[in-house]
Design a protein around this ligand. Structure first.
Ligand code: NAD
Length: 483
């Protein structure tokens, strides 16, 4: 059988040392891989490539579709793009999977029973990076939650749970406030959960869910989250497991995947044979499972657990009374190699069932188009005065007609006209909601364009519009505070 080709980047700082250590262990364990090395990171950035990756490297990644990446140093200062974000977006790596496990009593933790997997959506939410300054006072970042994105990540979380003998998947959202965006994520979660009756499911509001996770992580198993919550809480989870330096992560897409440690390049530790290769090694274990070599993954993982148990520790997890011998990167790797074939005595042994698919991703079938009707429009104004009653009266006089009418104005989501409270603090960003004169009746693009012409002719600076629609008769816009 031919070996599985993978693309390797040794990165910066401690990267080359820990990558060499990991490749040594994987090879000794019998991994059927052959790697081609690409250059990424600091050298590439400083040579003038703002993306931190040579253009030719994409050819290798497109060919192998498996990227084993050591941490890189991102130079400080503007102009440099995050290689992680570029790689995720270019390769469509929509799922970030981060197991966070306590290795009590061999690594100190406040949560000895912790064993959770964070599955973070990796491509959308506020990280779509669509931001605008709209007025003197107001900046906006668009939060995009999509049905395909939500379906893919939620299905991935349930598939992951099933394939890894996990019992429960929990979703965290803030859908009591963001009823449409987080509401969609929650709704998709409930829909897909029904397809997995063998796996428990539950939903928590993210604030109290995060508090519960930080306090009682044993209550959770797999947690699936939109991008921002996942970014924050996966670091919290790794840290409270007591082992931020020990966690690996997988970034999985439809056609490619990237495996790495969660820590950075630790430049101060570089070149001293000090760094702990464990996070990158566990990333490598996930890679072996992904490329269909679960037996090798199991051998490596169990030898590594046994090494921890035997008290062979690098400086970062060394503790008097628990550790037996302090070792460097190379010696640690050799200790793992010597234990290949062994299992841990008291820690839970890793088992990766054989013959399982590569977890490449989950398809999305486009739904039939809904019956969509436009029934109004929000016109956002940059207006530097402060009296909403004046704006309401003057804008109504200037803009009403042609079958459309101003119904209310809000400022930062709170209704301020008609009948607002004088105490409400207002900024220079006003949302003016127009419906048909007969509210609920459809309006057309021509009416919206002519409305904007009247608004502009009256001297108002409109900064954007949002159409107000119904989909299959259901209102597709949020209710405003005070409406
Ligand atoms: P870091 O994770 O590199 O290091 C923080 C500290 O943690 C180090 O000083 C070291 O004491 C310890 N540490 C981390 N990994 C260790 C290991 N394997 N063994 C032993 N000790 C370890 O974080 P940082 O110093 O904030 O970032 C350094 C550079 O890494 C920055 O340029 C940052 O942008 C980059 N970074 C890259 C990635 C990535 O490539 N995925 C991720 C995070 C940070």
């Amino acid at each position: 059988m031919s070996k599985v080709p993978i693309t390797v980047a040794k990165g910066d700082g401690i990267g080359p040392e820990i990558m060499d250590a990991c490749l040594h262990i994987l090879t000794e364990a019998g991994a059927d891989i052959e790697w081609e090395e690409i250059q990424v990171g600091e050298k590439v950035y400083l040579a003038g490539n703002a993306a931190g990756i040579e253009p030719g490297a994409w050819d290798s990644l497109r060919r192998t579709r498996v990227f084993y990446k050591a941490p890189i140093t991102t130079p400080q200062g503007g102009g440099y793009k995050s290689l992680n974000v570029t790689t995720r977006k270019n390769l469509g790596l929509y799922a970030n999977v981060r197991p966070c496990v306590a290795y009590n009593p061999f690594v100190r933790t406040k949560h000895p029973g912790m064993d959770i997997v964070i599955v973070r959506e990796n491509e959308e939410d506020l990280y779509a990076g669509i931001e605008h300054r709209q007025t003197d006072d107001v900046y906006q970042c668009l939060k995009l939650i999509t049905r395909p994105g939500s379906e893919k990540i939620v299905r991935y979380a349930f598939e992951y749970a099933r394939q890894n003998n996990r019992k429960k998947v929990t979703a965290f959202t803030k859908d009591n406030i963001m009823k449409m965006t987080d509401g969609l994520f929650h709704k998709v979660f409930d829909e897909i959960a029904k397809e997995y009756p063998d796996i428990q499911n539950e939903h928590w509001i993210v604030d109290i869910g995060a508090a519960k996770m930080a306090d009682t992580p044993e209550a959770f198993d797999v947690i699936v989250l939109p991008n921002l919550y996942g970014d924050i809480l996966s670091d919290v989870a790794a840290q409270i497991a007591g082992s931020v330096g020990l966690a690996g992560s997988a970034n999985i897409g439809q056609v490619a995947a990237m495996f790495e440690a969660i820590h950075g390049s630790a430049p101060r530790r570089a070149g001293q044979n000090l760094a702990n290769p464990s996070g990158l090694l566990l990333g490598g274990v996930m890679m072996l499972v992904h490329i269909g070599q679960p037996e090798v993954a199991e051998r490596v993982h169990n030898a590594w657990l046994r090494t921890l148990e035997d008290g062979v520790h690098t400086y970062d997890i060394f503790q008097e009374g628990i550790s037996k011998v302090k070792v460097g990167t190379r010696e640690f790797a050799q200790a793992v190699v010597e234990r290949l074939g062994q299992k841990p005595n008291s820690l839970k042994a890793a088992t990766y069932s054989s013959g399982r698919s590569t977890l490449m991703g989950t398809g999305y079938t486009q739904r039939p188009a809904a019956q969509k009707e436009t029934i109004g429009v929000d016109v956002f104004l940059h207006w530097r005065e402060s009296d909403p009653n004046k704006l309401g009266a003057e804008l109504s006089a200037a803009a009403n007609g042609d079958g459309v009418k101003l119904y209310f104005i809000s400022n930062r989501g709170q209704k301020v006209w008609p009948g607002g409270l004088p105490e409400t603090f207002c900024v220079d960003h006003w949302r003016c909601r127009f419906f048909a004169e007969q509210q609920g009746a459809p309006i057309n693009h021509g009416q919206i364009i002519r409305l904007l012409e009247r608004v502009s002719a009256a001297g108002y600076d409109f900064i954007k519009t949002e159409n107000l629609c119904t989909f299959d008769g259901e209102k597709a816009f949020s209710v405003t505070g005070g409406e």
